[in-house]
Write a protein that binds this ligand. Structure first.
Ligand code: ITT
Length: 206
């Protein structure tokens, strides 16, 4: 690592797109982020994204004992009473975004939102943050960037789908960027306070 970072944070995810989105944000706050695939991400069944992320983070932390971040997200479609929400991963694998478009075929209500829950463990701190982006579901898919439901989601304030945006553009709107930014902001504050009070005597890489 040539640049001087405040610390390395292990990002527990199998999704390279998520890693690519989070990396520039982490670096802006001075943290080096490393994708961590060698520890299992245990996903409990819950309606609450934060509960899912918390369990996965605590479970992984007992294995790696290093600064760690977990992020869980989902698409919540209003006309479908919030479906697929926390089941987004399974729904994407089974019916894909085409399935969501079919379910909404006769619906004039295209409102939806993406939600993200982040858990960041950096001893002695456990930081949790939420991010939400409202928007609409298109009638046909557009764009070939990103992943998951990106081709059918247009965030409020833009006319492009997430799949038509570069990572930097998506990060200006996304649920993930909002949650991750506030997590790093909080961590920065905690570390400053810790240093001032002498609670934490080192912010070097562990
Ligand atoms: P992990 O390894 O980090 O769990 P994942 O792809 O399973 O990666 P999530 O559980 O956070 O990610 O998200 C569940 C699904 O929701 C994901 O598979 C996508 O289909 C969808 N999703 C989440 N965030 C998205 C985004 O920013 N854009 C498009 N689809 C998204």
């Amino acid at each position: 690592m040539s640049k001087k970072y405040k610390a390395t944070i292990y990002f527990l995810t199998n999704n390279t797109h998520k890693y690519e989105e989070v990396k520039p944000i982490a670096e802006k706050y001075g943290f080096h982020i490393k994708m961590c695939k060698d520890v299992e991400k245990v996903e409990i069944q819950s309606n609450d994204l934060l509960e899912i992320a918390k369990y996965a983070a605590l479970h992984a932390y007992t294995k790696i004992n290093k600064p760690l971040m977990v992020e869980d997200a989902g698409l919540f479609v209003h006309a479908l009473n919030g479906f697929p929400g926390p089941y987004s991963s399974y729904v994407f694998k089974t019916i894909g975004y085409e399935g969501i478009l079919k379910l909404l075929k006769n619906s004039s209500n295209r409102e939806a939102c993406f939600r993200s829950a982040v858990v960041l463990i950096y001893e002695p701190f456990i930081i949790t943050c939420l991010g939400e982006t409202t928007g609409t579901i298109t009638t046909t898919p557009r764009g070939n960037k990103g992943f998951g439901f990106d081709p059918i989601f247009v965030p409020s304030g833009s006319s492009k789908t997430f799949a038509e945006m570069s990572i930097n553009e998506k990060n200006m709107f996304s649920h993930r960027a909002k949650a991750v930014k506030s997590a790093f902001k909080k961590l920065e504050k905690m570390l400053e306070l810790g240093l001032k009070t002498g609670i934490s005597n080192s912010i070097d890489d562990k």
